[in-house]
Design a protein around this ligand. Structure first.
Ligand SMILES: [Zn+2]
Length: 650
């Protein structure tokens, strides 16, 4: 297919761009590693990244083609696109998130089938860019609404943001070619349109903030970062027209730095927070970073599910009030979990606090990874923690409403989550490790190598672990500098009391503190460390303020939140009529736990508020059942499921 994209094609810049991860702050306690400096060598994450490369990316690509969202660009380029645009206002962004996923996956090599597909896709996008840099398929043409005529719902700036982030991924993989050129023209257009002398406005869905900040970093362009700051500071002054969900839905009810806790639409709030941290770091505005950190910490304490999922409301995809966390109506959108990882990663880099590595671990393993089906061809958009009736298998060949599917669906009318999963999986390894002047920090576990220059010399370590299913983490030094270094491994908060370790090497100091096990001294190529984290299943009780699950418990095994799925119960026993017997031992299984349940005999009454006398715990034989990782539920056909279980009376 030929597109009139030659107009916009530029030759590669003279110097290769600086490689890096999705976030490269100008300053911070910790410095991220670049692609190539972290290499996944096998195991859990290798399997997931292979699934992403072999299936998820292709699945998303097939769907954006099939539903006409890619053809929107072709038709914009050849002048045939009018009001008959395919899909809702922001479907351009799915193509951009897919381009971001592909850029991370292609990496530095830029050869092969995926690279060819990527270039074809970029050609089609580039061809739709207008002379002044604007690029959106839903607005501005004959028969379409005018540009920026619907800043509340139009999502133009949101889509632009995802285009810029896709360009960042390309630049950070070492290529300054067509998509970064398209993104520069778009960003320059935005500086004129929305900068200090342009229109005083913000977009209804934050995303442009985090994207402009990063694109500014990736291109060394302060004006882009300054525009990101302008968007952050403008928010909260009622610039957006009132809507039925109220101004707080798009965080336009109060200035970003004056909030106490995240509120309103969860994905919007989290993307905005990520952008605000970036702007705060770039402008040495510690007060802004601290404000956002305070809001996020309060959100973790009062508005977060045990999986790390965020957002309680189906109605407006929003955070609820403090401790308003319904489990059978949990919204917990996959994109909100990804947004939380984005915020945590920025705060980890800024502060070095191990706690944010804990949050990333919990959220990635239990919330983000719950989305893709085992075969990579269907996804959860919302993530309930309690499924009362067996889900209905969605049609595999049509789009599903975004949140009504009780099983994973292949594609959605609003399909933000699948492509978000794809870009997150493709870049997941870049969240595993960091460096500092002192040495290397390992934040996540699996099979990978991490390398950094410390004091002008190379420090490379190899991590081997069957985590999250086994608790031993083996670290081996591969290349060592001649001067002393510090190698830090995050020890999750749940493991701190019982973690054990042994070191192979002379004259090294080992200390556990602040969530890290730190090995300090002169290491050599035979230095080794074994960290053992206890994976004995743990009983987790919720804060009593969370009325929805008061008196119930969850079971965690290592970093994994477990779930009881009906498929693992004997015939005739359902998840709604069992209680967990905590007086019986809970045994570890290879991936979960074996628990003892007691059956409750329920008597249905015409009026269900006649007190506890209506139920008895069955005195019959105990039911022994396996609980599985929550992220893996709904992979064996329609089922019911619950994370929190009532406890049997002794
Ligand atoms: Zn989503």
């Amino acid at each position: 297919m030929t597109h009139p994209s030659a107009l916009h094609t530029v030759s590669s810049a003279a110097a290769a761009p600086r490689r890096g991860g999705p976030v490269e702050p100008r300053s911070g306690t910790l410095t991220p590693l670049a692609p190539g400096e972290v290499r996944v060598t096998g195991g859990f994450w290798h399997d997931l990244q292979r699934l992403n490369a072999s299936t998820i990316i292709g699945h998303c690509l097939a769907w954006v083609e099939r539903v006409g969202w890619l053809a929107n660009f072709d038709r914009a380029a050849d002048g045939s696109l009018e009001a008959d645009h395919a899909g809702i206002e922001f479907v351009d962004s799915e193509v951009y998130k897919l381009l971001e996923a592909m850029a991370w996956e292609i990496g530095t090599d830029d050869e092969g089938e995926l690279a060819d597909t990527y270039r074809d896709l970029v050609n089609r996008v580039a061809a739709a860019q207008e002379e002044d840099g604007y690029l959106h398929t839903f607005f501005g043409r004959p028969g379409q609404r005018a540009r920026f005529s619907d800043l509340e719902w139009g999502h133009e700036l949101y889509c632009f943001g995802h285009l810029l982030q896709a360009a960042v991924a390309r630049l950070r993989s070492g290529h300054d070619d067509q998509l970064p050129a398209v993104a520069r023209r778009l960003a320059d257009f935005l500086v004129v349109e929305f900068g200090e002398t342009g229109r005083t406005a913000v977009g209804g869905h934050p995303e442009i903030e985090v994207a402009l900040a990063e694109f500014g970093r990736a291109t060394d362009t302060r004006t882009y970062i300054d525009l990101a700051a302008t968007f952050v500071e403008r928010r909260g002054h009622g610039l957006l027209a009132p809507i039925e969900h109220g101004q707080e839905y798009f965080q336009d009810d109060q200035p970003v730095r004056s909030g106490a806790v995240l509120h309103g639409h969860a994905v919007r709030a989290l993307y905005l927070s990520a952008g605000a941290v970036d702007v705060g770091v770039e402008h040495d505005d510690e007060a802004l970073v601290e404000a956002v950190e305070g809001q996020y910490v309060a959100t973790l304490a009062r508005r977060t599910y045990v999986t790390g999922g965020m957002g309680s409301h189906h109605r407006d995809e929003a955070f609820g009030d403090d401790f308003e966390l319904p489990h059978d109506r949990a919204y917990a959108e996959t994109c909100a979990a990804i947004g939380s990882v984005m915020v945590s990663w920025r705060l980890l880099l800024h502060s070095g606090k191990a706690r944010y590595g804990d949050v990333i671990e919990r959220t990635l393993l239990n919330a983000v990874l719950a989305s893709p089906r085992r075969d990579g061809k269907a996804f959860f958009y919302s993530n309930t923690l309690h499924q009362r009736t067996p889900g209905l298998p969605p049609a595999e060949d049509s789009t599903s409403p975004r949140a009504q599917s009780s099983m994973r669906a292949p594609w959605f009318e609003v399909s933000c989550c699948p492509t978000n999963v794809a870009r997150t999986l493709a870049s997941a390894h870049l969240y595993f490790a960091t460096r500092s002047d002192a040495g290397l920090q390992i934040h996540q576990f699996g099979d990978f190598t991490a390398t950094a220059e410390v004091g002008g010399e190379e420090l490379t370590v190899q991590i081997a672990s069957a985590y999250p299913f086994e608790g031993d983490v083996v670290l081996k030094v591969i290349a060592a500098p001649s001067s002393p270094v510090e190698i830090a491994l995050r020890v999750p908060a749940w493991a701190e009391a019982e973690a054990t370790w042994s070191v192979n090497g002379d004259g090294l100091t080992v200390a556990l503190g602040d969530g890290y096990l730190r090995v300090t001294g002169i290491v050599s190529a035979d230095t080794g460390l074994l960290l053992s984290l206890p994976l004995t299943p743990r009983v987790v009780s919720p804060d009593p303020h969370i009325d929805d699950v008061r008196g119930q418990v969850a079971i965690e095994r290592g970093p994994l939140v477990l779930a009881l799925e009906s498929i693992d119960l004997p015939d005739g026993v359902d998840t709604e009529s069992v209680e967990i017997d905590l007086s019986s031992p809970i045994e570890s299984t290879p991936t979960g736990a074996r628990v003892t349940l007691r059956r409750r005999t329920d008597r249905e009454l015409p009026w269900p508020y006649d007190g506890a006398s209506t139920t008895d715990t069955d005195a019959g034989p105990a039911i022994v059942a396996d609980m599985i990782p929550y992220a893996r539920w709904a992979n064996r056909g329609p089922s019911t499921m619950r994370v929190f279980l009532p406890t049997a009376r002794p």
